[in-house]
Design a protein around this ligand. Sequence first.
Ligand code: GLU
Length: 310
Amino acid sequence: MKNENLKQLLQETLDKCSHYTREGTVASYIPELAKAAPNDFGICVISNDGAVECVGDCEKKFTMQSVIKPIILLLALEDRGAEAVNSLCGMEATGKPFDAFNYSDRALQSEHINPMINAGAIALCTLIKGDSYDEKFSRLLDLARRLANNPSLDVDESVYLSEKATGNKNRALAYMLKAYGMIGGDMEEVLDMYFKACSIQATAQDLASIAFVLANHGSDPRRAERMIREDHARQVNAVMAICGMYDGSGEFALRVGIPAKSGVGGGIMASVPGRMGIGTYSPSLDKKGNSLAGVYALELLSERLGLSVY
Ligand code: GLU
C-alpha cells in the first residue's frame, strides 16, 4: 500500500472510531490516571515497506502500564532463557482480570499464572539480571528505549508514586507468590521495580516501534543490529496473542486476530508478523481495561488490510 493511502486509511479509521472515546471510562484506580483526557486518540503504523504514518495524538505521552509486560518477559527470556522463564511462569490464558490469578485452596502453581497478568509480570521481574532492583529496572528501561528507538523514555514520577502508594492488591499478589515459594527476596523491592516499570511513559509511535521489532522476529529492518533473539520474539508474540488483551483476549483474537498488548493507561501495542507494528492511544477503556477506540481502530484496520493471522 502506498504511504499516502495508508495515511488516508489511518485518518478515516481515526474519524470513524473517535466517537468511541466518549463511550468508555479512563482508569481511575489511581488519581493520576484519572487525569487523562478521555478524547485523546492517536494511531501510528510502522510498516515493512518503509512507511511511518501517524494520525491524531501520537506525540501524547501516557504510561505504558501493562504494555511493559511483554518487555519484562523479553528481558527475562534474554537473561535466563526459555526454560527458566517457563518453569516460573506459565503461558495459558487465565480468563480472569489482570490483577487476579487462578489458584486452588491447596497450592498456587506456575501454570496458574502467565506473563501478561500482574502476578506473572511481578514474578518475572525477579529473573531479570542485576545486582540490585535499581539495576534490574535500569536494564529494563534501557531495553524499552532501544526497542522504541527512543532514548528519552522515562518514568512518570507522579504515576509511579501513586502506584506505589496504592498498590496493595499487587502487594498481596507478590506476597502470595512468595508464600508459595515461587519467588524470593524483598517483596517491596520487587514491587518497586514493577510499579516503576508500569509508570514508564511512551507515545503511540513508541509502541509502534517496539511492535515493529516484534513483528520482524526480533530485528528492525531499518537498523543493522538484531535487537532480540528470534525465538524470544516468537514467544512474546504468541503469549500476547493468547492473553495480551486481559480477559478480552479471545474476543480480540476473533475481531482483530493479531498479537497485541494493552495497558490501562490507554495504549495498545500490536504486532503484525512480517508486516507492521501498530501503536494506538486512547485512554477511555472498556469494562475489561482495553482502550475502547483502540480496539475498534485495530478491528477496522485488520478488516481493511487483511491483518488477521487466523
Ligand atoms: N499498574 C497497573 C497495575 O499493576 C497495571 C495494570 C494494567 O495496565 O493492566 O495494577
